[in-house]
Ligand binder design. Structure first.
Ligand code: NAD
Length: 491
């Protein structure tokens, strides 16, 4: 049954969720989704959908976020297309059982790791990159041979309704479904027993998802956020560093990105130069009146607008604005805003900002930044700009974060050979590329034996001789083994 038909039947409640689960269990139970052919057919259809519906996708992203066309294409459409293409190219290899060596204890035998689909999986996605954050995990779930329910974010309603309208026309609706809705629909879905849940969003709801999953011992991938720091050393190529910071912050959905730079740490002596370069480059990129710039997404809705202005308007923060600060509530626009030396106990230094505001804090020595970062919860990304190889090595070895990037911002997520995910408060598990396939597969350990190769020492009655043989065998002690087999004492 198609999604639209489901919607015509009224509210999506617990009863409907249970019905949906029965249908999907049946589809998965039929074995259909396990075949290579089914997976490839779905992935090809998805690929075709992306090509054929590109204009509609871009329009939905504009409607939800006023996302600039270039960003929408590069960060959502093109990356999703590549993820689909990679899965199609590599699927045979990913699905192939991995031969591994056997051990003496199982001799003679052969061993392999077989990737099997988990079953029926749930993907709950977020609003800020509503297209890719929905389809990228769906690609992994299909590639791994699962039945899937996608619950897109209600905060990006145009993209959510695009999925509900369009996916059933391309994909096998008996095994891949879209459920639109907000908290009550997601709660109804979460009551069901899933074989895996991948959730993208904030850590408060992440806890709700994990608690619901725990009731059924369902494994989870939680793609959360956090305050991702950017450390800027004084020896950098300032022009390049500043351009990359700006495009990684404001050029990624106007700061509404999970790996967006949340705050900068630099030295007191270098700060004035960095601030000047940021100001002049921001003006070059977004003009004198950035509220009118077409190259900046808007704030997603009035709740988030209010949240961001509350952070900005806190007494101890407002006076720290050194650039920007303009806002237009009607158009939901906030200009790129720089704050200097905000107090560590301000709200803006406690919460993830997730918007166009960038505080800069200063230290005497750049190495002090490590302690500041490590004293907080672990971020999703950590960035360092430096030419100092020793500092770079120290950063990699001493700072804990989901991912890390040296001398650039955000680009690490575009490499499908790197896992994308958080650590600690920024998330559990990872996906992208083969990691997506693995996230939705069970790695089944399979040992093959024949009826030959009997070892009588395994079987009762357990005699001293058998014990000696086994101990010698497991200890790799050939002399003791020969002596034990001959029944001679070791000495
Ligand atoms: P959101 O409001 O779209 O919520 C995410 C999903 O949770 C939605 O599908 C929503 O319906 C569902 N949801 C909301 N409340 C719920 C509840 N009480 N019970 C069950 N489900 C509920 O997105 P958001 O949380 O505002 O997203 C922003 C956060 O997500 C930021 O912290 C950001 O860093 C993080 N994020 C992480 C990634 C990543 O890949 N790691 C990507 C994007 C965003």
């Amino acid at each position: 049954m198609g999604v639209e038909m489901e919607e015509n039947r009224g509210a999506f409640d617990g009863h409907r969720a249970a019905e949906l689960m029965v249908e999907l269990r049946e589809a998965f139970g039929s074995g259909r989704t396990r075949s290579y052919e089914w997976r490839v057919a779905q992935l090809k259809a998805l690929f075709r959908m992306i090509d054929e519906k590109e204009a509609e996708i871009m329009a939905a992203l504009y409607s939800d976020l006023a996302k600039p066309e270039l960003e929408a294409f590069l960060h959502e459409v093109s990356l999703t297309r590549s993820a689909c293409q990679l899965a199609l190219k590599e699927l045979k290899r990913w699905m192939k059982p991995e031969k591994v060596s056997s051990s003496i204890t199982t001799f003679p035998s052969s061993s392999e790791i077989v990737s099997e689909p988990l079953g029926v999986v749930l993907i709950i996605s977020a609003w800020n990159y509503p297209f890719i954050l929905s389809l990228d995990p769906v690609i992994g779930a299909i590639a791994a041979g699962n039945a899937v329910v996608l619950k897109p974010s209600e905060v990006a309603p145009a993209t959510a309704s695009f999925f509900a309208r369009t996916l059933p026309a391309y994909l096998d609706s008996s095994a891949i479904r879209v459920v639109e809705g907000a908290v009550s629909e997601t709660t109804a879905l979460l009551e069901q027993k899933w074989d895996k849940i991948l959730y993208t969003g904030n850590s408060k709801v992440g806890r709700i998802v994990m608690a619901a999953a725990a009731k059924h011992l369902t494994p989870v991938v939680l793609e959360l956020g956090g305050k991702s720091p950017v450390v800027v050393d004084s020896n950098v190529n300032l022009e390049v560093a500043v351009k990359r910071i700006i495009v990684g912050k404001w050029g990624c959905n106007n700061g509404q990105a999970c790996i967006s730079p949340d705050y900068i740490i630099t030295t007191k002596s270098f700060a004035p130069k960095l601030v000047e370069a940021l100001k002049s480059t921001l003006e070059k990129f977004y003009g004198e009146d950035p509220l009118e710039s077409k190259d900046l997404s808007r704030i997603v809705n009035s709740n988030h607008f209010a949240r961001l202005t509350r952070l900005l308007d806190e007494d101890k923060v407002y006076g720290k604005i050194i650039y920007g600060g303009q806002r237009d509530e009607k158009k939901l626009k906030i200009a790129p805003t720089l704050l200097f030396d905000v107090p560590h106990d301000s709200l803006i230094m406690k919460e993830e900002i997730f918007g166009p505001i960038l505080p800069i804090i200063t230290v005497d020595k750049v190495e002090e930044s490590f302690d500041i970062i490590n004293s907080r919860t672990k971020p999703l990304a950590a960035y360092l700009f430096t030419k100092d190889k020793i500092l770079e090595e120290k950063f990699v070895n001493n700072v804990s974060s989901g991912g890390m990037l040296i001398n650039d911002v955000a680009l690490h997520l575009a490499n499908p050979n790197l896992p994308f995910g958080g650590v600690g408060e920024s998330g559990i598990g990872a996906y992208h590329g083969k990691f997506s396939f693995d996230a939705f597969s069970h790695k089944k350990a399979v040992l093959h034996r024949s009826f030959g190769g009997e070892a009588p020492a395994r079987y009762p009655p357990y005699t001293l001789k058998k014990q000696r043989i086994l101990k010698a065998l497991l200890g790799g002690d050939i002399i003791s083994l020969v002596l034990a087999l001959l029944g001679w004492p070791r000495s």
